[in-house]
Design a protein around this ligand. Structure first.
Ligand SMILES: NC(=O)c1ccc[n+]([C@@H]2O[C@H](COP(=O)([O-])OP(=O)(O)OC[C@H]3O[C@@H](n4cnc5c(N)ncnc54)[C@H](OP(=O)(O)O)[C@@H]3O)[C@@H](O)[C@H]2O)c1
Length: 348
């Protein structure tokens, strides 16, 4: 399928370009960004910040305004939240499937907030969007980068034992703030205890993702979720220290087995970006660490460690994932692969 990338020059946009370079199902045919970049070649406009060379195929592609029509069958969006609502909405209204990273539509009642391993049933909401977009276009979103790893860690626990309360303290990488992101003088020798809107996103999105699709709507999971977010001096890899209270009593080994055994539809369908193991549990006392564990499963596996009993809630652990791969571009690409696998996408 021919894909366009909105926000193609940013941190997440660059990950899209990298991950799609040799993808068996998608070919990048259009790139769009702000008026700072429009009219330039992608090579001129983009300050490439990933290891390795910018893929040759996109270098001479002209950066376009993020507005329909674009020469593609679907769009991936990594636009800033403030402009995403109008722009993504205009693509859906023009008949494009929009696979979005942005927060703009995540909590809309008729928009799936998708993690393929957890809630592929929520794709039933696409049918409901036909009332909004008669063009056949629709929007599917992926969650906030910290929410994705938290929800993935909670999903097997919730399915096996019921999660009634969660408290998560995040340590979030600099690439999560985009490029150029946080000023160096604010973050060297420092930790910032505020990331705008992040705590609320984790607290609301988690309940929607873990909710059930009934009667054409999502019944949000009835758990208490509390989040405190911090920006730390790490390039890539978000981490969270998590405490959970369970509805049914479980031993540590039961939790470990549920986490390690977790597999779902993307693994069954053999989707290209699906990791063989969505969750790896490590027993070393000093893991997970961003530098050592963010690339597990090519950045699509989350790593859990420090699993132990907790004196306040029942259990605790530390979870880590790659924020621009499993937390953003890789998540959106996996969503699109699932949409193809389930017959929601066809060539234009
Ligand atoms: N970074 C992460 O880990 C992460 C994870 C999950 C979700 N997200 C979400 O993904 C989105 C992008 O994040 P990012 O980290 O990639 O940000 P970024 O590095 O700041 O990139 C923003 C992109 O949007 C474009 N853009 C900015 N203003 C625009 C405008 N007015 N009109 C058209 N295009 C515009 C930029 O183009 P120019 O280069 O031309 O300015 C650039 O391509 C955000 O909504 C963010 O919340 C990010």
């Amino acid at each position: 399928m021919r894909v366009g990338i909105l926000g193609a020059t940013g941190m997440v946009g660059q990950r899209f370009i990298e991950l799609l370079a040799n993808h068996p199902q998608f070919e990048v045919t259009a790139v769009a960004a702000s008026d700072r970049s429009q009219g330039k070649s992608y090579g001129e406009a983009c300050s490439w910040r990933l290891a390795g060379e910018m893929p040759v195929a996109v270098r001479s592609m002209k950066v376009q305004p993020p507005a329909p029509p674009l020469d593609c069958d679907l769009v991936f969006s990594s636009l800033p939240g403030e402009i995403a609502r109008e722009t993504e909405g205009s693509f859906a209204a023009a008949g494009y499937p929009v696979i979005s990273n942005s927060s703009a539509f995540r909590m809309d009642e008729d928009v799936p907030l998708l993690i393929p391993e957890i809630n592929h049933q929520h794709l039933g909401l696409i049918e409901k969007q036909k009332r909004r977009y008669s063009s056949g276009g629709f929007i599917v979103t992926n969650p906030n980068c910290s929410t994705i790893m938290l929800a993935l860690a909670l999903a097997p626990l919730h399915a096996s034992f019921g999660v009634s309360a969660v408290a998560a303290t995040t340590l979030q990488a600099l690439s999560g703030a985009g490029y150029p992101g946080v000023a160096s003088l604010d973050i060297i020798d420092n930790v910032l205890p505020h990331i705008g809107g992040e705590e609320e996103k984790i607290e609301t999105e988690t309940k929607k993702i873990l909710g059930r699709f009934v009667d054409e709507r999502i019944d949000h999971a009835p758990m208490a979720v509390s989040a405190q977010c911090h920006r730390v001096n790490v390039a890539d890899g978000h981490m969270a220290a998590v405490r959970v209270k369970l509805e049914r009593k479980a031993e540590l080994n039961d939790l470990r087995e549920a986490l390690e055994a977790f597999r779902s539809l993307p693994q069954e369908l053999g989707l290209h970006s699906a990791p063989a193991r969505p969750i790896v549990v490590r027993d070393e006392v000093d893991r997970p660490q961003p530098k050592l564990d963010r690339d597990a499963g090519k950045g699509m596996t989350i790593t859990i460690g420090r699993l132990m009993p907790d004196a306040v809630l029942d259990h605790r652990f530390v979870v880590l994932s790659h924020n621009t791969i499993r937390g953003a571009a890789g998540a959106a690409i996996l969503n699109a692969e699932l949409l193809i696998g389930l017959g929601y996408l066809s060539h234009g």
